[in-house]
Design a protein around this ligand. Structure first.
Ligand code: ADP
Length: 831
């Protein structure tokens, strides 16, 4: 067992320590004789207190037996013998319940405490060793032997004492509860045992340590023990100190910041600035109030601002709310521009920027006139400009805005499939924004702009909702004064907007929308119009854009014609303008490099500027042929001519159709063939031939899908030509639906088709007579150039298109030649 490391509560260890102590005791030289010096006295039982010799301390007296013991000692002027209980909670300890080492004490006055207990001031004198008990009742009395300590101080003890005092001093510096004077007191103690006891009292180790120190009668060992206790204590104190100073510096920093912030607030208040976040919110609120929003919008914006005040500025929701408020602020709620309703001025502006287009211009001037006469009338017509690309729909819209002094905005609806694109997403979606209508309105910066909705014919529909119905709400004068956007959730008034829609065809515009609109046709231009537009608008604009002067270059008429015929193939003038632009750029470069450049652009130099021609006049190269008829078809680009080819081959009477023909066109071919069969006799065709050959019908270009009933008479003509071996005139183009009885029915897009035929250099155009009314929109020049033949029956078509049979018809060099002999061309045709 370690000499210093034993447990006073462990009986065995305790007994062993006592044995050692006895040996120590008897090794001390000035030991008094055995029985002499023994003292007898009352026991002062100590629960958990150890008071070392020389110390003075108040002592709480609770037990009656203790009180008697003290009173008796006082009455006899005796000391008491303080013994520490082994078990602190034992209220009535017997002879076996005490540590055998105690302290002799003098007791001062007994003080009555308010609660009925007593307190006594005691002064400890010396250690005593328990010999035996002399009395148990009514209180304990014992005989003890005082312990004498050696007071010899050698160098080693002296050094230990100094170390102890030094360490003790440092403890005092770190532990505020120790008085400064304790150091001075310790310095003045000359006995090592006393010094040890004094320090032990001051640093108050736990009961176990205190008992051990009490039992250590050798002063040197006791002092060494105390030194090691001091070292431990110092460690703990230093650690505490470090932690404290760290906490303190943290607390200091926070306090400093708090202080600075408070100061900043004071300074800001002095300067009239206040908390920046609150200032920002106040500014926002002021902006909302000053903008003059409609009541509902203002209330909503203010409500959102109040939500902001309850959030820290770093909250992610702040951004979402601010975006929303910004949208409310930036929409042109009641911002109106004043209309210029001067009809004369408008007419002048429209003419200034656009050639031709009389119908459209007239309608617009009417609109302005009515607006002037009935300013309060809110119901505005919605115009729908229908025509091929590049025919001036958008630019006319822009000119109308200029004439009216309105802002101009455009929105393309091409490919819009989702209702949310029109109406926006609800704010619960991440990154939600208003729909395109309100986005465009914000760009307009006024609530009565001219709003062009482009490509309304290309609106899509899918599972995400029908954009057309949302658009209906936009365009419907009954509803659009309170258009609701999912994001904004506030009614927005669109009734003052002038909407103009554009489309390439009205066939694919949703009927409900078409119903609400007034269609104005932009049919496309004939060559003469294109020349005029080029000279008056396109060339001057391109010269200016490329930094050239009017005097710099002149395009000859032939040069422009070549560009129109061989480099562009269109109903509008968009590509024409681009090609003119290309010529201008090339010249601009020559001019910039200070090289000579031509001032006259002749038709012969076009190839130098634009490279080899892109389009050829196919008509000019074609010959009259058997089995090939010319159809005119409507396309989104205006119109085109299209050959329909028929070939007869050995087979079993099948009809094969190629060239990506749609269902309607296939049925149209079936109808034409049926009609042909029914008229075989009149046309001089052997009815049996239909059983022994296959018919292959092809319409190039194979890769482009085609559909519609209007090729009916062309297919019938080609079939008739093939079966009768009569050639078809190459300069005849035709369009018209055919019935099983051979009647020709009207079709759509006549204007574009006639213009396309004119563009292609065709001489004669066959159209259904019921379409003659549509010719009014065709420019006079084209009507005069063309031989337009209205027809009601296929017989009339064949009469115009088919050449008379050649008397000695050679067998055609087609796969049909072997069967051809069976096809006997009639001598005279009854057509
Ligand atoms: P669209 O909207 O029909 O596709 P644009 O309005 O974009 O066609 O017209 C294409 C170009 O042709 C524009 O530069 C336009 O100024 C010009 N243009 C078209 N038609 C005319 C016209 N009748 N007079 C003058 N310029 C025209």
């Amino acid at each position: 067992m370690d000499e210093n490391n034993w447990d006073p509560f462990d009986e065995d260890e305790f007994a062993e320590a006592m044995q050692r102590r006895t040996e120590e005791l008897y090794s001390v030289k000035d030991l008094p004789p055995d029985d002499e010096g023994l003292i007898e006295g009352a026991v002062l039982p100590m629960r958990d207190v150890v008071i070392y010799p020389h110390m003075v301390s108040p002592l709480f007296v609770g037990r009656e037996s203790t009180l008697w013991a003290i009173e008796e000692a006082q009455s006899k002027n005796q000391t008491v013998l303080a013994l520490t209980q082994r078990e602190p909670s034992n209220d009535n300890p017997g002879p076996d319940d005490f540590f055998p080492i105690g302290v002799e004490m003098a007791v001062g006055r007994l003080l009555n405490m308010p609660d009925g207990s007593y307190s006594a001031l005691v002064q400890a004198r010396r250690r005593v060793e328990l010999i035996d008990f002399t009395q148990v009742e009514p209180y304990l009395r014992v005989r003890v032997r005082p312990v004498y300590e050696s007071v010899r101080v050698d160098r080693e003890i002296d050094a230990t004492m100094r170390t102890a005092v030094e360490l003790f001093n440092r403890c005092i510096q770190l532990n505020r509860s120790l008085p400064e004077e304790a150091h001075l007191f310790a310095l003045n103690i000359e006995e090592p045992g006393w010094l040890a006891d004094m320090i032990a009292t001051s640093i108050s180790p736990n009961l176990k340590e205190r008992l051990k120190l009490l039992a250590m009668v050798d002063p040197r060992k006791r002092l060494e023990s105390v030194v090691s206790l001091l070292a431990k204590e110092l460690d703990v104190l230093e650690l505490e100190d470090e932690i404290q100073s760290r906490t303190k510096s943290e607390v200091d920093r926070t306090q400093r910041e708090f202080y600075l912030r408070e100061q900043m607030k004071v300074i800001q208040t002095e300067l009239g600035e206040g908390d920046p976040w609150m200032a920002e919110i106040a500014e926002l609120r002021a902006r909302i109030e000053s903008v003059g929003l409609p009541e509902e919008a203002e209330l909503r914006a203010i409500k959102e601002v109040s939500r902001l005040t309850q959030m820290p500025p770093v909250s992610p929701e702040v951004g979402i709310i601010r975006t929303y408020i910004d949208w409310i602020l930036e929409l042109p709620w009641d911002k109106l521009t004043e209309d210029n309703l001067d009809v004369g001025n408008a007419a002048q502006i429209l003419d200034e920027y656009h050639f031709g287009l009389p119908k459209a211009k007239e309608r617009i001037l009417e609109f302005i006139a009515i607006k002037k006469l009935r300013p309060k009338k809110t119901r505005q017509p919605i115009l729908c400009f229908v025509g091929p690309p590049g025919t001036g729909k958008t630019s006319l819209g822009r000119s109308i805005a200029v004439a009216l002094d309105r802002k101009f905005v455009r929105l393309s609806l091409g490919g819009v499939r989702d209702e949310a694109e029109i109406r926006g997403h609800r704010r619960t979606y991440i990154g939600a924004l208003p729909g395109r209508i309100l986005q465009t309105m914000r760009r307009a910066e006024s609530s009565n702009p001219l709003f062009m909705l482009d490509e309304i014919d290309k609106l899509g529909t899918d599972f995400r909702g029908d954009p057309a119905s949302a658009l209906l709400e936009v365009l419907d004068p009954e509803q659009n004064n309170s258009f609701s956007d999912h994001y904004l959730e506030l009614a927005f008034d669109l009734s003052r907007v002038m909407f103009i829609t554009t489309a390439n065809t009205d066939a694919t515009i949703p009927p409900a929308l078409l119903d609400r609109m007034e269609v104005i046709e932009f049919p496309g231009y004939i060559e003469e119009e294109k020349l005029e537009i080029s000279r008056r608008f396109l060339i001057p604009r391109q010269l200016e854009e490329n930094g050239l002067d009017d005097e710099d270059i002149r395009f000859s008429e032939q040069a422009l014609q070549r560009i129109i015929r061989e480099y562009t193939y269109e109903a509008g003038v968009r590509n024409l303008e681009r090609e003119i632009g290309r010529v201008c750029r090339k010249i601009a470069r020559l001019k910039a490099e200070e090289k000579p450049f031509p001032t006259q652009i002749a038709s012969t130099s076009i190839e130098k500027f634009l490279g080899p021609p892109q389009f050829f006049n196919l008509e000019a190269e074609r010959e009259d042929e058997i089995g090939v008829a010319t159809a005119v078809a409507w396309t989104a680009n205006g119109g085109e001519i299209m050959p329909v080819e028929v070939l007869l081959i050995d087979g079993k009477g099948n009809l094969q159709l190629t060239g990506q023909l749609g269902e309607v066109m296939q049925e149209s071919a079936q109808a034409a063939l049926s009609y042909l069969k029914s008229r075989a006799h009149e046309l001089g065709i052997d009815p049996e031939v239909f059983e022994s050959i296959d018919i292959h019908l092809h319409i190039p270009e194979g890769a482009i899908p085609k559909d519609g009933p209007s090729a009916g008479i062309t297919i019938a003509s080609a079939l008739t030509s093939a079966f009768t071996q009569r050639k078809i005139r190459r300069d005849v183009a035709m369009t018209g639906e055919i019935t099983l009885r051979g009647r020709v029915l009207p079709i759509g897009g006549v204007r574009e088709k006639v213009l396309a035929a004119h563009r292609a250099g065709v001489k004669t155009v066959i159209i259904p007579s019921r379409n003659v009314k549509d010719l009014v929109d065709v420019p006079k020049k084209a009507r005069n150039d063309l031989d337009i033949r209205p027809v009601d029956h296929l017989d009339e078509v064949l009469e115009v298109a088919l050449l008379p049979p050649e008397p000695k018809a050679k067998r055609p060099k087609t796969a049909t030649h072997r069967k051809a002999k069976r096809v006997t061309p009639p001598e005279d045709l009854d057509l």
